[in-house]
Write a protein that binds this ligand. Structure first.
Ligand SMILES: C[S@@+](CC[C@H](N)C(=O)[O-])C[C@H]1O[C@@H](n2cnc3c(N)ncnc32)[C@H](O)[C@@H]1O
Length: 225
């Protein structure tokens, strides 16, 4: 797969922030939590509007300097009190939670740790996108047994990835008692991809990404008490 540049990652993070702000309004508050923060562009882009940035990952990571409180922890068992954060985000994380049966727990824990009236933000890839986004293989995941075949061919990262549908993720958020504000597909703008911009723009112009969005976003609001 073609590697993304720093600029591509930053532009993607900005796009996700814009999606969040369309429904939440300008991001601001005391504390935000980035679950499965990785090393960071989304953490920087979302975190910069909060007084304190908390980040955690289940794997040892070099968190960006914007993070005030970093820990090694599992997002399905968050070590925070109820109602701690104004915003809790999991960006490209839910599909990596293992075992996959625990994905709902991650959602539930994030809602628990978010303040009444606060927000949870989830982004996942679209498991029906024509390119399998973790390997770059076209259409393989559409074929019955295709994922297992790809794993046997050496694409072992697929063993660790279990992408829920948007419908499933939306239901998980609603099942926690949060109000679902947004549940929709999205496609990154052209400046977020490393090359082939003309092809990308042409596919976008003919509406391919309306049918097969790149990813999905679900935003929930934790009920006021
Ligand atoms: C694809 S990366 C995304 C990183 C970052 N959120 C971003 O947007 O660039 C997925 C991250 O989720 C982390 N992760 C997977 N399962 C987790 C869990 N149960 N709790 C916390 N982090 C987890 C992984 O270690 C990895 O850093």
């Amino acid at each position: 797969m073609v590697a993304l540049s720093d600029e591509n990652f930053t532009a993607r993070a900005e796009h996700l922030r814009e999606i969040a702000e369309e429904s939440i309004g300008a991001l601001s508050g005391d504390r935000c939590l980035m679950v499965g923060s990785g090393t960071g562009h989304n953490t920087i882009e979302f975190g910069r509007s909060y007084e304190e940035v908390y980040a955690l990952d289940v794997v040892e990571r070099d968190f960006p300097a914007i993070v005030d409180h970093a820990i090694l922890a599992d997002g399905t068992r968050l070590p925070y009190d109820d109602g701690t954060f104004d915003l809790s985000c999991a960006i490209s994380v839910v599909e990596h939670v293992l075992p996959p049966e625990n994905r709902y727990l991650l959602v539930e824990e994030m809602v628990r740790c978010t303040k009444p009236g606060g927000y949870v933000f989830f982004q996942i890839p679209n498991g029906r996108f024509p390119l399998e986004l973790h390997t770059g293989l076209p259409l393989i995941h559409w074929l019955p047994g295709g994922k297992e075949f790809a794993i046997k061919q050496g694409y072992t990262t697929l063993e660790q990835v279990h992408i829920p549908s948007r419908k499933a993720l939306t239901k998980w958020v609603a099942d926690t008692g949060a109000e679902v504000l947004v549940s929709r597909g999205f496609t990154y703008p052209s400046d977020t991809i490393p090359k082939y911009h003309a092809v990308y723009d042409a596919l976008k112009a003919v509406g391919l990404f309306q049918v097969f969005p790149f990813g999905n976003v679900v935003i929930g609001k934790v009920p006021e008490q």
